[in-house]
Design a protein around this ligand. Structure first.
Ligand code: TRP
Length: 339
């Protein structure tokens, strides 16, 4: 819970509420968020407004998943008594900040953002890009600066968004003549982005290559069984390739015994180690990781009233905090004729 005069560094991060979170989110940033919540002042944003920027025709899905993502947060160990969890669409100051910031960004700059370029291609928008989508990096800059966050734990693909945020911060501070807004730094785990079980691109629900945090033990088993390895490793006796082999990538990300994994890699490269053995080890690692998360999630899902209460409380704190930033910025820009 934020206390008055809290001097700890501020973290803001969030997730679009388009579907339940998966192992890629866990490796990419949830793990960091759980670790950091005791030493930092942390805010988690359920980004339902941003989710609408590419799901405008499915507002029901976006709304339903606000609760699903909140459940994921609590299930992995986010503690709502130390981390503030809030709902983006219920924070009007963020929308107003977005509107102000839009004047400090060019359309050309938005079109050059590499994350946006990738996403436009992945979603097949062609030339029919929703304006809200093209501008969501500006809204994300409003999220980050509205909370006065300096640390943003995200996956690697979000780094260009933090860069764009800092550009906006510098422009506004320059315009104002003093540092009203703070620059932020992305905190990116060194394992890089987790590939999907098919070995293609990143893990993503829309690509059907994800293992959700709520996966049943059968789902985990099947996913590992189907997992992409080395297509040329046909017999156990043959030497195998570790690079690009999803099973080893996941072992690197989740196995608690890295020396054991190194040993396994050496044997696999040499030949004489079959996929089945390596997959059996990975399955055990993932079952052990996900079983307590799944159980906690199930238990919490039986009490939606509790989740709503957590969100209500967190959102009301966040509303105050973001409104304070907006007031300060409006004043600094001279938009205060009536005050
Ligand atoms: N863009 C993030 C995602 O795709 C969600 C998000 C919204 C976010 N606002 C944020 C992340 C602010 C970090 C900081 O899931």
């Amino acid at each position: 819970m934020p206390v008055a005069n809290d001097k700890r560094p501020v973290i803001l991060t969030g997730d679009r509420t388009t579907g339940p979170l998966h192992l890629g989110h866990y490796a990419g940033s949830l793990k960091n968020r759980v670790r950091l919540q005791s030493t930092h002042q942390q805010f988690l944003l359920l980004a339902d407004a941003q989710a609408l920027t590419d799901n405008a025709r499915e507002p029901d899905r976006v709304r339903r998943n606000v609760l699903e993502v909140a459940l994921d947060y609590l299930a992995v160990g986010i503690d709502p008594t130390v981390t503030t969890i809030c709902v983006q669409s219920a924070l009007p100051a963020l929308a107003e900040l977005t509107l102000l910031y839009l004047n400090f960004v060019t359309v050309a700059r938005l079109e050059r953002n590499p994350t946006i370029k990738d996403e436009i291609q992945m979603r097949g928008f062609g030339r029919d890009i929703p304006a809200g989508f093209l501008c969501y990096p500006v809204a994300q800059a409003a999220d980050i600066t509205g909370f006065k966050a300096t640390i943003v734990p995200v996956g690697e693909d979000q780094a260009p968004l933090i860069e764009q945020t800092n550009e906006i911060v510098r422009r506004l501070n320059h315009q104002i003549g003093r540092d009203v807004l703070l620059e932020a730094r992305a905190l990116i785990p060194d394992i890089g982005r987790l590939p999907g079980v098919d070995g293609k691109s990143k893990m993503s629900k829309s690509q059907g290559n994800a293992i959700p945090l709520s996966a049943s033990s059968d789902q985990i088993r099947d996913a590992v069984r189907r997992m992409y390895t080395d297509p040329d490793h046909l017999r156990a006796a043959d030497p195998g390739k570790v690079e690009g082999n999803v099973v080893f990538t996941y072992l690197d990300a989740f196995d608690q015994d890295p020396l054991g994994v190194e040993d396994l890699k050496a044997r696999y490269r040499r030949g004489g180690l079959g996929d089945v053995v390596v997959k059996r080890r990975l399955e055990k690692v993932l079952q052990t990781l996900l079983a307590p998360i799944r159980e906690r999630r199930e238990r919490l899902s039986r009490d939606p009233g509790f989740i709503i209460e957590v969100l209500r409380k967190g959102t009301s704190e966040a509303r105050e905090r973001t409104q304070a930033t907006l007031d300060e910025l409006r004043g600094a820009l001279g938009l205060s004729v009536l005050q």
